[in-house]
Design a protein. Structure first.
Length: 208
C-alpha cells in the first residue's frame, strides 16, 4: 500500500488517479500508523514551504516521515513535496525542512525573458540513471514553481534548463523527488511513477 500524505497542501486526487493508472494500490491518509505501515509514501505539495511544514507539524507527521525514511521505506516528493525533503527553504525567510536530503531551496533568478514562476513544459536532461530516470531522457514534463533545490551534484538525477540549470529529479538512497508534476506530465510522468513502483516492489521483496 502506498500512502499519499494528506496535509491539505497537495494535489492529492490527481496523484491518486495517476497511481491507480500505473497499478499502485494507494490511499490518501494523515494517519501516523498507516504512514508507518506503508510500502511507500508520496509527499505531494502545492503552495508555500512554510505553510506546508506548519501543516505537517500540526498533524504530528514530521517525525513520522523522518522515522519511515530512516527505516528504508521509499518516499517520493512531488513539486513542493520534493523541496520539503531538503534541509530548508529561503522562501519568506528560512524555514526548516524534513532534512532527508542535503540542500536548501532558493528563489529562481529574475530574468526578463524567463518569468517566475517557471510554468509549463521543459525537457529533462538525465544525469544519473535510476529506476525513475531510465526511460525519460529528453522527455518533456510539466513544471509550476518559483523556488528550486540548491543541492550537491551527487543527488541530482535530472536537470532542466531555464534561467539556470534546475534540478528536476533528485534522490538519495530510498528518497526521491521530482520538481515537476508527474501526474500532469503525460506518458513521461507515468513512466516515472512506474519506476517508483519498481523501487517499492524491490524494497518489499527484499524485506519479505
Amino acid at each position: 500500500m502506498i500512502i499519499i500524505i494528506d496535509y491539505d497542501t497537495g494535489n492529492t486526487r490527481n496523484v491518486q488517479k495517476a497511481l491507480d493508472y500505473v497499478g499502485l494500490t494507494n490511499k490518501i491518509s494523515a494517519d501516523p500508523d498507516e504512514i508507518r505501515a506503508a510500502d511507500g509514501l508520496i509527499l505531494p505539495g502545492v503552495g508555500a514551504f512554510s505553510l506546508a511544514m506548519s501543516e505537517l507539524k500540526q498533524r504530528g507527521l514530521v517525525t513520522v516521515i523522518q522515522e519511515v525514511a530512516q527505516k528504508g521505506t521509499p518516499i517520493l516528493g512531488v513539486c513542493l513535496g520534493m523541496q520539503l525533503l531538503l534541509e530548508g527553504s529561503m522562501e519568506n525567510g528560512f524555514t526548516e525542512g524534513l532534512g532527508l536530503i542535503e540542500g536548501i531551496c532558493e528563489k529562481l533568478p529574475d530574468d526578463p525573458d524567463l518569468p517566475v514562476p517557471h510554468m509549463g513544459w521543459n525537457k529533462l536532461v538525465v544525469t544519473k540513471e535510476t529506476l525513475l530516470t531510465k526511460e525519460v531522457e529528453e522527455e518533456y514534463v510539466y513544471f509550476v514553481h518559483s523556488y528550486y533545490t540548491d543541492c550537491e551534484p551527487d543527488v541530482i538525477d535530472a536537470l532542466v534548463q531555464y534561467s539556470i540549470k534546475i534540478p528536476a529529479m533528485i534522490s538519495k538512497e530510498n528518497i526521491y523527488g521530482t520538481q515537476f508534476h508527474p501526474e500532469k506530465s503525460s506518458e513521461a510522468g507515468l513512466m516515472i511513477l512506474r519506476g517508483f513502483k519498481e523501487v517499492v516492489e524491490h524494497v518489499r521483496f527484499t524485506r519479505d
